[in-house]
Design a protein around this ligand. Structure first.
Ligand SMILES: NC(=O)C1=CN([C@@H]2O[C@H](COP(=O)(O)OP(=O)(O)OC[C@H]3O[C@@H](n4cnc5c(N)ncnc54)[C@H](OP(=O)(O)O)[C@@H]3O)[C@@H](O)[C@H]2O)C=CC1
Ligand SMILES: CC(=O)N[C@@H](CCC(=O)OP(=O)(O)O)C(=O)O
Length: 310
């Protein structure tokens, strides 16, 4: 028997990407609401309670409302929004970022998927902090660039209507919604300084964490960071860490292909003291739909890579 799956928010940017990845899967039966019922609370309540899995691809308030509509003890939830990412009673849906997380996801009823930017930041620094190579009490700076689909339908419309925007720096009040998530799941003492931006590419993301290891008082060099990341992600078909040497540029293409991979790079100067840890991913891939499908596979006891674009 296939598992029944309802995507609440299926007409949105992330919802459509998830439906695309699940469309041909025989293990899952996708329930759909007609266009005139997709925001109807009673229709959603019924679909949610009739499903084995509900995937929330909604704004935060609507995601909280969807959870409040659950009236049974078995429907399992994967929330792609930021509503529950720091909630103590939800499991953080990033299988690779620390030991034991995949098993926690497999057994969870409520899974909150990571944000797209935190996926890059945590993928880079969480194993290094947990492994003692980087300090937890450091005010990390995170520079990031996203494709404009990262802002959902509203930002897509803006970039496609106002055709002269090439680059948009934002989060200028230093209170971006992803900051608590990065701090909590990296186990940091301080808030990160987060500088996000958007470029004229539909999808794609680069997250860049510059570090002066010597000035931070770290004994580790770039090669130590790379070794630890490669060891941590050894065997993963989704996350790979590699040396930056020989890579002279990282590009986001305007019409770049979808991918569910997370590529991590360690760039360094000759002494190995100055480092840029850089993550390259697809905000709609490992940053949203890819990790949702991966978590769904894990929760359903299936190979985690099924349906992914790797
Ligand atoms: N875009 C991205 O790269 C990423 C997005 N996310 C998260 O995923 C969630 C969805 O984002 P995204 O797909 O980009 O956003 P979109 O704006 O593209 O889609 C949201 C969808 O939710 C629908 N919706 C809004 N309120 C309700 C409601 N009360 N009941 C039912 N449906 C409703 C919207 O309807 P309508 O079509 O009428 O507007 C829309 O179709 C957000 O929480 C976002 O933070 C997570 C990681 C990355
Ligand atoms: C480019 C852009 O606007 N990105 C969004 C973040 C992506 C998103 O909305 O989703 P998650 O929070 O679930 O990652 C933002 O900065 O608010």
């Amino acid at each position: 028997m296939p598992y029944s799956v309802f995507i609440d928010g299926a007409a949105g940017t992330t919802g459509l990407e998830i439906a695309d990845r699940l469309g041909s899967r025989v293990e899952f039966d996708l329930a759909r609401l007609p266009e005139n019922k997709r925001k109807d609370a009673e229709a959603r309540r019924e679909a949610i309670n009739d499903s084995d899995f509900v995937i929330l691809c909604l704004p935060d308030d609507a995601a909280k409302e969807a959870v409040s509509l659950i009236e049974n003890d078995h429907t399992r939830v994967i929330d792609a929004s930021s509503a529950h990412r720091t909630a103590a009673d939800w499991v953080y849906g990033f299988a690779e970022f620390r030991d034991g997380q995949r098993a926690r996801i497999a057994n969870a009823r409520f899974v909150s998927n990571p944000g797209c930017y935190p996926t890059g930041f945590l993928g880079l620094v969480a194993p290094l902090i947990a492994g003692g190579l980087l300090p937890a009490d450091w005010p990390y700076a995170v520079n990031a660039v996203s494709g404009y689909s990262g802002g959902g339908k509203a930002l897509i419309e803006r970039f496609e209507q106002e055709s002269d925007i090439g680059f948009r720096s934002y989060g200028l009040n230093l209170q971006h919604k992803h900051m608590p998530e990065m701090k909590r799941h990296a186990g940091l003492t301080h808030d990160v300084i987060f500088a996000p931006s958007v470029v004229r590419a539909y999808r794609g993301m680069i997250v860049d964490v510059p570090l002066n290891l010597a000035a931070m008082g770290c004994d580790a060099k770039a090669s130590d960071l790379l070794n630890m990341l490669q060891h941590h992600y050894d065997g993963s078909a989704i996350v790979r860490a590699r040396e930056g040497k020989g890579v002279s540029e990282l590009l986001l293409n305007e019409n770049g292909a979808a991918t569910d991979r997370l590529d991590l790079f360690v760039f360094a100067n000759d002494s190995g003291d100055q480092v840029r840890l850089i993550a390259k991913l697809d905000n709609l891939g490992k940053g949203a739909a890819g990790s949702t499908v991966q978590d769904l596979n894990i929760m359903a006891g299936l190979d985690e890579t099924l349906g992914l674009r790797l």
